[in-house]
Design a protein around this ligand. Structure first.
Ligand SMILES: [Zn+2]
Length: 83
């Protein structure tokens, strides 16, 4: 599994609604300052977006995929559907 090449189908960003609002504020500030947005990667980080890799073979999710190896959290499917 790798994230070589962008865009790709492995790497995702997980955003809470709070982080999404923060992202919107950061972008709005930049647009009003210089009329253009060119710092998207920094905005994702500053907003609190979490980098998630999804394995295309087994659907496991790797949260904080860009962190140190020992800090990455791995989720695997327990079941599909809720009752
Ligand atoms: Zn896998």
């Amino acid at each position: 599994m790798n994230d070589i090449g962008a865009p790709n189908n492995v790497e995702h960003l997980l955003l809470s609604y709070y982080a999404m609002e923060r992202l919107q504020d950061l972008v709005d500030q930049e647009v009003s300052t210089n009329g253009q947005v060119d710092l998207w990667p920094e905005h994702w980080d500053d907003a609190g977006a979490i980098v998630v890799w999804k394995c295309l073979d087994c659907d496991r999710l790797y949260l904080n995929a860009k962190s140190k190896k020992e800090d990455v959290v791995v989720y695997k499917i327990e079941r599909k559907g809720i009752e």
